[in-house]
Design a protein around this ligand. Structure first.
Ligand SMILES: Cc1cc2nc3c(=O)[nH]c(=O)nc-3n(C[C@H](O)[C@H](O)[C@H](O)COP(=O)(O)OP(=O)(O)OC[C@H]3O[C@@H](n4cnc5c(N)ncnc54)[C@H](O)[C@@H]3O)c2cc1C
Length: 223
C-alpha cells in the first residue's frame, strides 16, 4: 500500500511492538474506517476508564459518530475530553505448528484526539452521509430527520490525524525446528459479509443496494 499522505507518528501512535506492521498513511487508515460499521470509543471520567462500541463513518479526514444528546459518552466528548477510537477487522485465524505461534490476521486502527461538535446544516448532511454508507441512494428514499430528531441528536467528529494502523497478513510464522511437525497449519480466513436480506416492506420493488446484498449472499452461499 502506498505510504503517501503519511502523518509522522506521534509518541503515542508509533507502533513499537512488531513495528513493521504499523502504517500511518491516509489511504490505509481511510480504508480501515470505511470498511467498519462500528468503532470503540475509549474515554476516562471520574469513575475510571470506559470503552464503548458505537456506529461510525468517515467523511474526508474525519471519523464521525452520533447518538442521543443524553449519552454519557457524547456529553463527555462534547466537553473536550481526550478520546481514543479503535477499529478492528478480524481477517483470519492463523494456525501455526506450535501453540505459541498461533496468531490472527487483522486490520486495525487507533485514533487519538478530541471530538468536535458538528452543527447546523453540516449535522444533517453528516447524518445523510451515514445513511448513504449503509445503503447508497437511501437518503433520497427515506423520510429525512425532522427538526426534533435532529435537535435530540449529537454528531461528533474527530480528525484522523494522530492515528496509526496495524495490519497482519499471511500464514503462520513457525520456528524452523517445528516445520517438520505433523500437524495441520494454515489460515482460516474470516470476513463480515451480507447475508440474505429479510424484507419488512418492499412496496416499490427491490433497490439496487438490496439486489447487491442478495448477490453477495448467494455467491457466498454457493462457495
Ligand atoms: C484481532 C487482533 C488480535 C490481537 N491479538 C493479540 C494478542 O493476543 N496478544 C497481543 O499481545 N497482541 C495482540 N494484538 C496486537 C495488539 O493490538 C497490540 O498491537 C500489541 O499487543 C502491542 O501492544 P502495545 O501496547 O505493546 O503496542 P505498542 O507498539 O507499544 O503501541 C504503540 C502505539 O501503536 C499503536 N498501535 C498498537 N497496536 C495497534 C493496533 N493493533 N492497531 C493500530 N494501532 C496500534 C497505538 O497508537 C499505540 O498506542 C492483536 C491485534 C488485533 C487487531
Amino acid at each position: 500500500m502506498s505510504p503517501t499522505n503519511a502523518t509522522p507518528p506521534s509518541e503515542r501512535t508509533r507502533v513499537r511492538r512488531v513495528a513493521q506492521r504499523g502504517r500511518y498513511d491516509r489511504e490505509t487508515l481511510h480504508a480501515i474506517v470505511d470498511a467498519a460499521y462500528v468503532c470503540h470509543v475509549a474515554f476516562a471520567d471520574e469513575h475510571g476508564v470506559h470503552c464503548i462500541p458505537t456506529a461510525c463513518w468517515r467523511e474526508g479526514d474525519h471519523l464521525y459518530i452520533h447518538g442521543s444528546n443524553g449519552s454519557r459518552m457524547l456529553k463527555l466528548a462534547t466537553h473536550g475530553a481526550q478520546i481514543c477510537v479503535t477499529i478492528t477487522h478480524l481477517d483470519g485465524l492463523v494456525l501455526a505448528r506450535s501453540a505459541f505461534h498461533h496468531s490472527m490476521n487483522y486490520r486495525s486502527a487507533v485514533i487519538y484526539g478530541v471530538f468536535d461538535i458538528v452543527e447546523g446544516a453540516a449535522k444533517a448532511a453528516a447524518l445523510d452521509t451515514f445513511v448513504e454508507k449503509i445503503a447508497p441512494g437511501r437518503s433520497r428514499e427515506v423520510r429525512p430527520g425532522d427538526i426534533n430528531e435532529l435537535a435530540a441528536t449529537t454528531v461528533l467528529r474527530v480528525a484522523i490525524d494522530e492515528a496509526a494502523a496495524k495490519i497482519r497478513t499471511g500464514g503462520p510464522r513457525d520456528d524452523e525446528a517445528d516445520m517438520t511437525r505433523e500437524v495441520w497449519a494454515g489460515v482460516l480466513p474470516l470476513a463480515m459479509r451480507p447475508r440474505t436480506p429479510i424484507i419488512d416492506a418492499a412496496p416499490s420493488g427491490t433497490p439496487d443496494y438490496v439486489r447487491q446484498w442478495h448477490e453477495i449472499a448467494s455467491a457466498n452461499a454457493a462457495v
